[in-house]
Design a protein around this ligand. Structure first.
Ligand code: FAD
Ligand code: SIN
Length: 539
């Protein structure tokens, strides 16, 4: 078995992984592992932009207030302040790397064209048209490819982390490396690193309907959990209110920025309904809007609601949202003259691996950054466009902390991967079937509106599926489908267990059994830590 040695290994090539790698490259040799082509990430599909205070009529205080309000009492205020105030320097850095944010066309020289999204009290979202993520990914990938101390390994799916606890060594359980599958050749290798950074993003694919691309299978949460790290607040799954509803439009998002430019949510009769739920109407925070849509759909029996931006000149729509306009048109919807059918879909993990702003976790040697991390910025509901901001700020803080730490003095012996008696699978159909079962179960029982009974049902079903999946894992040679299935099932179960622990409704966790916020007690985080000594990665 090949073993690759690096000072730092970063897993994931979205904004968090690329920024971490760029900053860590100043301190040593970096291996950047990513499971598909480098650009394939949630980052690549980000539309709205990056929330940051960049004008004199905005203030950190206002951005902090909006973030805390969206987070519904569960944000860590010190973390919110730290991340928001560090934003402008990171935006300047992105511009140094070559990123060009959209500027106001109406008043030349007037600076950025700032977008607005739900929960923001003013315009503060920097964007590159409606393809902000694609531009961020392109610029950061160019930069990382120019770093001679970064080795990029594509199509390398990390299976499990290797910890000293699992190796049976005494002392604190420490992360020292990992096993990975080359999804092209089928070979399994290992890496050894003084410090490992998980930047694996979220896990929208745990749900049947999601805005996320196929890579988002919650691998990092599952890897860290199996390695002994605590998982925090995983019940807070953000459902984006406006995913395009069309049989052929897989996962296509209609950015909240469209509502920021005046689009309103209406029902099938063309009647606006959001004002009945919140005075902020269609621009209320996402948890409120998604729940309102869910309610409207259940009451009316309609399969979707609609966005109406027909009052805007079509040239404005084409200019501000060229990608969304063109995509809708491909599906026969002209935003200038038609209502846009939309439904909520799983979008973002507010919880994740418990971490500090600099990515420190409870497992020495293991750091996390980006959507996989739960730093305390988002609380019970993320404010729109705060995710890219968090990744930028935390990646730099992480590199500063990790870069100052001593490297491992000795190279520990890593055991070869043991396939045991595993044989090639002749049961691919069963794996596909189990994928669908997990995702359907999560959608039906662990969605926008929950009850203990539904959560218990999901726990039983996913528990059974996990036993079956574990048996495949032992019996058959691993494939990416099987490994990701193992991860979505583990993460699904963690979401359910977190939900059962929270006996109140707060932010994105709404349960009919406890419809109110627990006002009698201070807001508390949900923590799950099952294997503090380090779990078993290999077969
Ligand atoms: P990602 O960008 O998802 O990158 C994860 C990387 O890890 C990928 O390269 C993946 O291949 C790799 N990976 C995963 N598992 C493994 C494994 N086992 N082995 C190896 N590699 C692995 N947020 C905003 O702030 N503003 C927006 O406008 C915005 N718009 C969005 C629009 C859409 C459609 C979506 C889906 C999300 C949007 N978000 C937005 C959220 C934001 O894009 C993500 O939270 C953010 O990009 C996450 O960045 P990341 O680097 O943590 O993870
Ligand atoms: C969007 O453009 O609506 C997505 C923004 C986000 O998820 O922050």
């Amino acid at each position: 078995m090949d073993i690759l040695d690096f000072d730092y290994v970063v897993i994931g090539s979205g904004i968090a992984g690329l920024m971490s790698a760029i900053h860590l490259a100043r301190h040593g040799r970096v291996g950047l592992l990513t499971k598909k082509d480098s650009a394939e990430s949630n980052t690549n599909y980000a539309q709205g932009g990056i929330a940051c205070v960049v004008t004199s009529n905005d203030s950190f205080e206002d951005h902090v207030r909006d973030t805390l309000a969206a987070g519904d009492g569960l944000c860590d205020e010190a973390v919110v302040r730290q991340i928001i105030s560090a934003g402008p320097a990171r935006i300047a850095e992105l511009e140094d790397f070559g990123l060009k944010f959209s500027a106001r066309a109406d008043v030349p020289g007037a600076g950025y064209d700032l977008g607005r999204e739900g929960g923001h009290s003013r315009r503060r979202v920097l964007h590159c048209g409606d393809i902000t993520g694609r531009e961020v990914e392109r610029v950061l990938l160019d930069r990382v490819r120019a770093e001679s101390s970064v080795t990029i390994l594509e199509h390398c799916l990390v299976i499990d982390l290797i910890t000293t606890g699992w190796l049976g060594l005494s002392g604190d359980n420490r992360c020292v490396g990992g096993y990975f599958l080359n999804t092209r050749s089928g070979a399994i290798s290992a890496f050894r690193a003084s410090y490992t950074v998980l930047a694996t993003g979220g896990g929208g694919k745990v749900y049947l309907y999601t805005t996320n691309p196929d890579i988002a299978t919650g691998d990092g949460v599952a890897l860290a959990w199996r390695a002994g790290a605590p998982i925090k607040n995983l019940e807070f799954i953000q459902f984006h209110p406006t995913c395009l509803y069309h049989p052929e439009a897989k996962s296509f998002l209609i950015s909240e920025a469209v509502r920021g430019e005046g689009a309103r949510l209406v029902n099938a009769r063309g009647e606006p309904f959001m004002e009945r739920y919140d005075p902020r109407g269609s621009l209320a925070p996402r948890d409120i809007v998604a729940r309102a849509i869910d309610h409207e759909m259940k009451v009316s029996g309609e399969p979707c609601v609609y966005l109406d931006i027909r009052h805007k000149p079509v040239d404005f729509i084409k200019d501000r949202f060229p990608n969304i306009y063109a995509t809708c048109l491909r599906f026969g919807i002209d935003m200038g003259s038609d209502l846009i059918p939309v439904v909520p879909a799983a979008h973002y993990f507010c919880g994740g691996v418990a971490a500090q702003v600099d990515g420190t976790t409870a497992v020495p040697g293991l750091y996390v950054c980006g959507e996989v991390a739960c730093t305390g910025l988002h609380g019970a509901n993320r404010l729109a466009s705060n995710s890219l901001l968090e990744a930028l700020v935390c990646a730099q803080a992480l590199a500063e902390t990790v870069g100052a730490l001593p490297r491992a003095a000795e190279a520990l012996k890593i055991p070869a991967w043991q396939p045991g008696q595993a044989v090639p699978s002749d049961e691919a159909i069963v794996i596909e079937h189990n994928w669908n079962e997990v995702r359907t179960c999560m959608w039906d029982y662990v969605g926008i509106v929950r009850t203990d009974k539904r959560l218990e049902r999901a726990r039983r079903r996913i528990g059974n599926l996990r036993s079956e999946i574990q048996q495949y894992y032992f019996d058959y040679l691993v494939t990416s489908d099987l490994l990701e299935l193992r991860n979505i099932a583990a993460v699904g179960e963690l979401i359910v267990r977190s939900g059962l622990q929270r006996q109140e409704s707060r932010g994105l966790h709404y349960t009919l059994d406890y419809p109110q916020k627990d006002a009698g007690a201070p807001a508390r985080d949900t923590l799950i830590r099952d294997q503090p000594g380090g779990g078993r990665p290999a077969k």
